[in-house]
Design a protein around this ligand. Structure first.
Ligand SMILES: N[C@@H](CCC(=O)N[C@@H](CS)C(=O)NCC(=O)O)C(=O)O
Length: 360
């Protein structure tokens, strides 16, 4: 059982919240998650999770894109196959999906927790140590995991440095005053790589900072939002291919596409609900750049699903590579599946009901 620090509502990273650093989570041992390495294809198995509790509803995407639960429940009860593009599309559109967390590796957990809590106003939500696999996770964010997109840090025992590569872009944090946040980061000894000011080719006020491992954070000036951890930016080699994959295989919506010819790049915001209320994936295509180095620091995004089996089948139908066949994780029985998109970015889909059980 893991310990969750209770958080009643979204926490906006206001300047006031930066002042304190809270280390509330006890380190508890939970069952280990195995590495995702299976390449075998399994047959479709009907979902066992046709029950839908009130609590489960909390984890769904925030307004704007939710689909009726009835379709899903009927389809799941029938255990219908997702083997054609038509049935696959029907499944991904009716599934209840939400970006749950982003996972990456850091060289010193306490150093990163201190930076995120003191400079970015995040809260430490929980920690779990898995000594038999020699790693510790820390979960941080602006609200509870059952309703917010959060960060899952991984510390591997004895590894204090990672290569971030060139493919990972940044995490976006919506703040009410970028300039003040930049001042605070400086005051705390943090690295500011781009001062506050309008984005090149646009009007939004942004700044870039780097965390102690060199991960970039884009600070974006925005009004109040329930989801301050609002973007994960990844670079891709073919934007149309990537948009089509995320729409079809992942059921994401293309929320916004913006070309910036003066700076030779195009971005596509993809997600499960409007950008101002939900975390989104920002796919960036730099003109003429088709390949990047992924390094070994950034790991993956996790997305909730009602049925990992159907989700894996749909991903296969749309050309994704399943790297972890759907099924329960040894020990904790949370059902997951993992895949690579056409650029080799990894995503893990986690059973919605199992995910909530893990939080209990
Ligand atoms: N070449 C850039 C293209 C993406 C880009 O420029 N994004 C904007 C934010 S949407 C940015 O970083 N602007 C920098 C600035 O305005 O100083 C990259 O790969 O990071």
């Amino acid at each position: 059982m893991v310990r969750i620090l209770p958080m009643t509502s979204a926490i906006r990273p206001t300047i006031a919240s930066f002042a304190t650093c809270r280390f509330g989570g006890n380190i508890r041992v939970v069952n280990p998650c195995s590495r995702f390495n299976s390449l075998h294809f399994s047959s479709i198995v009907g979902s066992q999770s046709s029950k839908f509790g009130l609590k489960a509803c909390k984890i769904f995407r925030q307004e704007g894109n939710s689909k009726p639960a009835a379709n899903t429940i009927v389809s799941m009860a029938q255990g219908s196959a997702v083997t054609t593009q038509e049935t696959a599309l029907e499944w991904v559109k009716s599934d209840k999906r939400r970006m749950l967390h982003v996972v990456y590796r850091v060289g010193d957990l306490d150093r990163t927790i201190k930076f995120y809590t003191e400079c970015l106003g995040m809260k430490l939500l929980r920690k779990r140590d898995v000594p038999e696999e020699r790693y510790t996770n820390a979960f941080l964010g602006y609200g509870p995991e059952d309703s917010h997109f959060v960060i899952e840090l991984t510390y591997n025992y004895g590894v204090d440095k990672y290569d971030i590569g060139t493919a990972f872009g940044h995490f976006g944090i919506a703040v009410d005053d970028v300039a003040k946040t930049v001042d605070l980061v400086k005051a705390k000894g943090g690295t500011v790589t781009r001062e506050a000011g309008p984005v090149k080719g646009g009007k939004s006020i942004i700044a870039f900072i780097e965390d102690p491992d060199g991960y970039k954070f884009e600070l974006i000036e925005r009004g109040p939002t329930p989801e301050p951890l609002c973007q994960v930016m990844l670079r891709v080699g073919d934007l149309d291919r990537s948009i089509a994959f995320h729409e079809k295989a992942f059921g994401m919506e293309l929320l916004r596409r913006k070309d910036n010819p003066d700076y030779k790049y195009t971005i596509a915001m993809m997600g499960y609900g409007p950008e101002d209320k939900n975390a989104v994936l920002e796919l960036t295509y730099n003109y003429g750049v088709t390949e990047y180095d992924k390094g070994n620091a950034y790991a993956q995004i996790a997305i909730g699903t009602d049925d990992v089996y159907k989700t894996a089948e749909a991903i296969k139908v749309f050309g994704g590579k399943i790297t972890r066949e759907p099924g329960p994780l040894p020990g904790i029985s949370t059902k997951i599946t993992a895949c690579l998109d056409p650029d080799g970015w990894k995503t893990v889909f986690v059973d919605n009901v199992d995910f909530l059980k893990e939080l209990e």
